[in-house]
Design a protein around this ligand. Structure first.
Ligand code: ZN
Length: 266
């Protein structure tokens, strides 16, 4: 299972971070993706000790954001904690438009300035910044970075130490996807590949993601694009779903691993 990672969000409603780490280790995983708010619930020392005792490494750390005018201090503190957990990358989550604001272009420009401001510190402590473009329907309230092209453009302008995460849920619809994945691969900036599925109908934009294989995304097709682009890192299972959150975490993880073995080519 070296090439598969669970994002804790997949089982967070019924498994705290320590339980989640145990479940990953029991399944032979070597790497995990974690959340700062879940560390707070169990305590940083306990979380770090459990990781060390189980021999687990951290792939992605969630997260910096949403960006606020006075949020740089908080963002830097999260960066430092991501470094204490020896995380490979930390996710950036810009947030949407401020209440009453209609200036999307201005908000995007300010978000890029914030990212640029964080990058030097991220480089100095050795944690990569990861832009994860979200679905355009989330521009109003969640992010103002909503395509891989836009994320690639930002990375081109900012240089080393920043990359992209490709989440099929957010990007599967994009006619430029193959081109932009290729472009990200040429720049050696693909930091992660998140999998789940798009259900039809989708009842909730945040909490109704599907298990891989239950929806309409061409998962093997997108995996091939990512692999052809030179990405050799893990496949990260990340499912936000009221339905799956109700089920036994160990059962959810076993089904997800089985689906990955059927669908992907690790
Ligand atoms: Zn994701």
């Amino acid at each position: 299972m070296n090439n598969i990672v669970f994002n804790h969000a997949t089982v967070r409603e019924r498994a705290d971070m320590l339980t989640f780490l145990d479940l990953c280790a029991e399944r032979g995983m070597h790497t995990v993706s974690i959340w700062g708010d879940e560390i707070d619930k169990v305590g940083e020392d306990k979380a770090l000790n459990r990781l060390r005792n189980l021999g687990l490494k951290v792939s992605g750390y969630n997260r910096i954001g949403p960006f606020t005018p006075d949020g740089l201090r908080v963002a830097e503190a999260e960066l430092e904690r991501a470094a204490r957990f020896d995380s490979d990358h930390i996710f950036l989550f810009t947030g949407g438009l401020a209440k009453g604001d209609r200036d999307l272009i201005g908000t995007r420009n300010r978000a890029e300035d914030t990212i640029a401001g964080l990058l030097e510190k991220a480089r100095s402590i050795g944690v990569k910044l990861a832009i994860e473009p979200l679905h355009p329907m989330l521009n109003g309230d969640r992010t103002v970075i909503a395509s891989l092209a836009q994320a690639n453009d930002i990375c081109d302008r900012l240089g080393a130490g920043i990359g992209v995460v490709i989440d099929v849920y957010h990007l599967w619809w994009d006619p430029a996807l193959e081109h932009e994945i290729h472009r990200a691969g040429l720049a050696n900036r693909i930091l992660g590949f998140h999998v789940n599925d798009w259900l039809v109908p989708t009842r909730d934009l945040l909490r109704d993601r599907g298990m891989m294989g239950d929806g309409v995304i061409d998962l093997p097709g997108i995996e091939l694009m990512v692999r052809h682009a030179g990405y050799s890192g893990p496949i990260e299972i990340e499912i936000f779903s009221d339905d799956w959150w109700q089920r036994e975490p160990s059962e959810v993880m076993d089904i997800a691993l089985q689906r990955c073995r059927q669908i992907f080519h690790p």
